[in-house]
Design a protein around this ligand. Structure first.
Ligand code: GRF
Length: 188
């Protein structure tokens, strides 16, 4: 069963739901994330864990991991989750966390991957699905696919094309994992 962490729009969450994957819990650091409404519409249990409500980020991540584990989550998918996970969370789900990122990692990690790729003038960027470790957008790569940068692209037009790829690669990786066909040696 899958737990999904989100911070924003939730189009990747929607792709997981549309693929018929067993998403049983959705959590966000952001109480206003549109993704939480998508979860509710799909009848999936959803909750917000804003860091300000906890003594520390580690405490928040402990509670978040506990909440997911109680719901039988065996795979955690970060679908536009914009916070770094601290050690207590990583230790709870070693080798069981996937992330989707809008660039061909290790190029352009971080929160502004699409803008950074455009600013750099690359002709090709893309999407990456990878296992999560303690770094920022590091960890073993599962899938990558290139997306061409077009003349006149803005961050919005380019990101929209990258997301079409994400919506295909992320459910595929999640399914492989649940079928026991994908494992990662990630040290937590
Ligand atoms: C995606 O492009 C993902 O690669 C990045 O954040 C974006 C989230 O989009 N980490 P959405 O919330 O799934 O629509």
């Amino acid at each position: 069963m899958i737990g999904v962490l989100v911070s924003g729009k939730g189009s990747n969450l929607q792709a997981l739901l549309d693929a018929g994957l067993p998403v049983v819990a959705v959590a966000s650091n952001n109480t206003k994330a549109e993704a939480l409404d998508r979860a509710a519409r799909a009848g999936v249990e959803a909750a917000a864990f804003p860091a300000v409500e906890f003594a520390s980020r580690e405490r928040r991540d402990e509670e978040l991991a506990e909440w997911l584990a109680e719901r039988g989550v065996e795979l955690v998918v970060l679908a536009g989750y914009m916070q770094l996970l601290s050690a207590p969370f990583l230790e709870r789900f070693p080798g069981r966390i996937l992330n989707v990122h809008p660039s061909l990692l290790p190029a352009f990690p971080g929160a502004h991957a699409v803008e950074d790729a455009l600013a750099h003038g690359v002709k090709v960027t893309g999407a990456t699905v990878h296992f999560v470790d303690e770094g920022i957008d590091t960890g073993p790569i599962v899938f990558q696919e290139a997306v061409e940068v077009r003349e006149g692209d803005t961050a919005e037009t380019l990101h929209a094309r990258i997301q079409q790829v994400e919506h295909r690669l992320l459910p595929e990786a999640a399914r492989l994992f649940l079928d026991g066909k994908l494992t990662a040696a990630v040290s937590a």
